[in-house]
Design a protein around this ligand. Structure first.
Ligand code: MRU
Length: 339
């Protein structure tokens, strides 16, 4: 496992505080629902599958705080309001809501809720491993991959999606090198992707976001691989802001553009990406990055945290079910059948 993103400790949920990376690797124990909700809102824990896992554990934290059904229901509502785009959050909370009757009619609701949260986490590990094995088949020994944001161990239960594909290829004995976009405004690529790849011994080169097109034009990249926060039934995929532009650049230079995500990141209720809710975050993230003001007062700012890459820009979607090629709608319809 490249990273231990979070761990249930019996008296609360422990996470790596991702605000502090890469300078400090510190773990923080959260013992209240409010702490878990704030950790998700402020991106101390982030990345679609990791948000889902943390929220599931957050429900167990609620039962630790006060083992009463009303309190746990309110906690689920609070956690639902943390971040709107990653559908994994709602998947995980629906799963926890679905066992409330069972939990509160059992002799030990806390144990039942904790077991379910642990199952959400373990399932994510298995799904990420499985999709990564499928994706690794697309990579050849000696390939270089460009990625955006962090879709690695830190963004999941520990293995990753886009980076999971790279880890799996490396485990198969392939030599893979990575270019990481820094990912403005919060620098998930610079701070997190480089940190975990370096820790895992995968050679990584950091570039600013605005260098990606030229790096693609220079022929340095064999594949672009990104994760997703929500994939619609037609294959449109929401991911970190900048992904859409990267898909256009990759298409212009005929570099395959892959999206890797577990089915817990798919929203089959949405026909297209047009209805995916896009989180807008505080403008301070743009003008006062990490506390230092870099742009003037008295002007306007706009800070959408995600964008939607249209299915037509995507060469393949990788999930635990395999590798889908365009047109995606019919393949994804088959993936939507629960076994
Ligand atoms: O705002 P973040 O850091 O939570 O955004 C994360 C991403 O956009 C990831 O690429 C996505 O969640 C996939 S994580 C496997």
């Amino acid at each position: 496992m490249p990273v231990e993103t979070m761990k249930w400790r019996g008296n609360g949920l422990e996470i790596i505080d991702q605000h502090l990376l890469p300078m400090r690797e510190e773990r923080v124990l959260m013992t209240t629902v409010e702490e878990v909700a704030i950790a998700i809102e402020t991106l101390a824990v982030r990345g679609a599958p990791a948000i889902g896992c943390a929220a599931a554990y957050g429900v167990a934290v609620a039962a630790l705080e006060k083992c009463e059904r009303d309190h746990v229901v309110r906690a689920i509502e609070r956690l639902r309001r943390t971040r709107p785009t990653a559908v994994n959050l709602f998947y995980a909370l629906d799963r926890m809501s679905g066992i409330l009757d069972d939990a509160f009619s059992s002799g030990d609701p806390l144990a039942r809720l904790t077991d379910e949260a642990e199952a959400v986490f373990q399932d994510d590990l298995a799904l990420c491993r499985s999709l990564s094995m499928h994706g690794a088949e697309l990579l050849n020994d000696g390939d270089t991959v460009l990625t955006h944001c962090n879709a690695g161990g830190l963004a999941t239960s520990g293995y990753g999606t886009a980076l999971g594909v790279i880890y799996a290829a490396v485990e198969q004995g392939k030599h893979i090198e990575v270019y990481a976009d820094e990912t403005r405004p919060l620098l998930q690529g610079a701070r997190l992707t480089t940190w975990e790849l370096a820790k895992s011994g995968v050679p990584v080169t950091l570039i600013c976001d605005n260098m990606a097109a030229v790096v693609l034009a220079q022929g340095k990249i064999d594949h672009v691989i990104v994760g997703a926060d929500r994939i619609a039934a037609n294959g449109d995929a929401a991911n970190k802001i900048g992904t859409y532009g990267l898909s256009i650049s990759a298409g212009r230079h005929e570099v395959p553009f892959y999206v890797a995500a577990p089915l817990t990141s798919f929203d089959f209720e949405l026909a297209t990406g047009a209805d995916i809710p896009i989180e807008e975050r505080e403008t301070a993230e743009i003008h006062s990055q990490f506390g230092t003001r870099t742009a003037p007062e008295g002007i306007r700012y706009y800070n959408p945290a995600f964008d939607v890459t249209p299915a037509e820009n995507i060469s393949a979607i990788i999930s635990e079910k395999g590798v889908a090629r365009p047109p995606f709608a019919s393949v994804l319809e088959n993936w939507n059948v629960t076994d």
